[in-house]
Design a protein around this ligand. Structure first.
Ligand SMILES: Nc1nc2c(ncn2[C@@H]2O[C@H](COP(=O)(O)OP(=O)(O)OP(=O)(O)O)[C@@H](O)[C@H]2O)c(=O)[nH]1
Ligand SMILES: [Mg+2]
Length: 449
């Protein structure tokens, strides 16, 4: 089992030089270690920043007595000038005084083990730190604040209540409640299942916010793929020339569209060729489309539609895609009605149409307009989604048993399913969590968190 009775120490700020650097000490001996390590003019007062000296630095130390600290243990935070050398010295001195170097995520693990936060909130801490877009950060913050925790807790309470009533009827068969009261139980179960279902409805959008999406650009050579890529990324990342077959390798970069993080991939133009390098490029392009969440099929609006365009439209027919008519600043060589599919007109040269394309990408990926999508999704984590799915399946089985045409089934069977649903919910919040799972989750964290 994890130890929580020793005192741990680590640098809590990023590696390298900085304006300030913070060393965090947590555990029963934190105050004692700090008092020995620091030369203090006045003793540390709880939650007051106090000036002090270490052997090699001037610092400000703050003491957070248990349980009112990040970890729930006694914590002392020492802020020094952000020199890696000096911070390391402070850590070494703390270790010489009996503290142990903290494992990655161990401060947060202690917060979890001490009941300060549940597992959903601990995972939200990591997500908040890893957030790349403001929307990702907001969703993680919401979970840290306990939004999801609260929704799961109320489902769990309802489930617990139902289980207690069913168990009571089992314990007192003489009272005449030998079988489940089908109608009442079915109603209660239905409400619980709907609550789980509501959480799961947001999963796709939640995961999209958390993990982002991969968007690949496809088209025959010279239609303006790399120019579109550069316009969306906002840099001259990909090489653009008038020579068809310029792009060979995959070029990718990150784009933020209304808070959605996209991994945008530019690919080689597809055509039949005997050039070895280009053949490999085209094969990589096809792989990129196949693994993308969305394909932007680019056509050149200023040159007639070619056989290769039609082939490509057919090839990407079943993939989630948007058709983009590029070079819209030039005279059009075809009407958009010629394509049996909605078309976004853009000019990478002037930027006209790019905003509309961004909105179309967003809608294609999460099926909602940006204003609506700003509502935060509760479930963003695959682990949570899988467990909620398990809970829903168990509830479904219980409902089927209660509503079985041959009359209601004995309580024992329904109870087994309900306990299964509860176990899944408790694994989300960490009430039931194996040591392996905790290791897996907390090893993702940085040292000092
Ligand atoms: N007028 C105009 N020209 C464009 C536009 N986009 C691209 N071009 C020109 O079209 C030519 C090809 O552009 P690229 O972006 O390299 O095309 P590509 O599809 O990546 O080409 P390959 O990498 O060879 O497959 C270049 O000469 C660009 O300057 C546009 O919006 N307007
Ligand atoms: Mg290109």
């Amino acid at each position: 089992m994890f130890s929580t009775d020793d005192t741990i120490v680590a640098i809590a700020t990023p590696a390298g030089r900085g304006g300030i650097g913070v060393v965090r000490i947590s555990g029963p001996a934190a105050a004692q270690v700090a008092n020995t390590l620091l030369r203090l003019d006045a003793p540390l007062r709880p939650r007051y920043a106090t000036f002090a000296r270490t052997q090699g630095d001037q610092v400000v130390a703050t003491s957070f007595p248990a349980p009112h600290s990040y970890t729930g243990d006694h914590v002392v935070e020492i802020s020094g000038h952000g020199s890696p050398v000096v911070l390391r010295q402070i850590v070494e001195q703390a270790m010489a005084l009996g503290a142990r170097l903290a494992e990655p995520g161990e401060f947060t693990l202690r917060a979890f083990l001490n009941g300060r936060i549940d597992l959903v909130q601990a995972e939200a801490v990591a997500d908040l730190i890893d957030a790349v877009t403001p929307l990702q950060a907001r969703v993680a913050f919401d979970q840290l604040e306990g939004t999801l925790t609260g929704r799961i807790a109320s489902i769990d309470t309802a489930l617990f209540d139902l289980i207690a009533r069913l168990e009571a009827s089992l314990d007192f068969p003489d009272e005449g409640y030998h079988f489940v009261e089908a109608g009442e139980t079915a109603v209660a179960l239905g409400a619980i299942e709907r609550a789980v279902h509501a959480l799961l409805c947001d999963v796709k959008r939640g995961r999209l916010i958390r993990e982002g999406a991969r968007v690949a650009i496809a088209g025959r050579p010279n239609v303006g793929k790399s120019s579109l890529f550069n316009a969306l990324v906002g840099s001259g990342r990909a090489i653009v020339t008038a020579t068809p077959g310029t792009t060979r390798d995959l070029v990718s970069d990150t784009v933020d569209i209304d808070g959605l993080r996209l991994d945008l991939v530019d690919t080689a133009g597809v055509r039949a060729t005997s050039d070895e390098v280009e053949i490999e490029g085209v094969s990589r392009a096809r792989q990129a489309w196949a693994t993308a969440d969305l394909v932007l099929v680019v056509l050149d609006r200023s040159t007639p539609i070619e056989h290769a365009d039609r082939e490509l439209l057919r090839e990407t027919d079943s993939a989630p895609r948007l058709i983009v008519a590029a070079k819209n600043d030039l005279p059009a060589a075809w009407e958009t009605a010629a394509i049996d599919w909605p078309v976004s007109n853009v000019s990478s040269k002037t930027g006209v149409g790019l905003a509309g394309l961004r909105a179309a990408i967003r809608t294609a990926l999460d099926g909602s307009d940006p204003a609506v999508a700003r509502d935060t999704a509760a479930v963003t984590n695959v682990r949570h989604a899988a467990l909620l799915d398990r809970a829903r399946a168990a509830l479904r089985r219980a409902i089927d048993a209660v509503e079985a045409p041959g009359g209601p089934v004995a309580e024992e069977f329904v109870l087994t399913d309900l306990e299964d649903a509860r176990a899944a919910l408790e694994e989300v919040t960490g009430k039931r969590a194996s040591e392996d799972l905790l290791h897996h989750i907390f090893s993702r964290f940085c040292i000092g968190k």
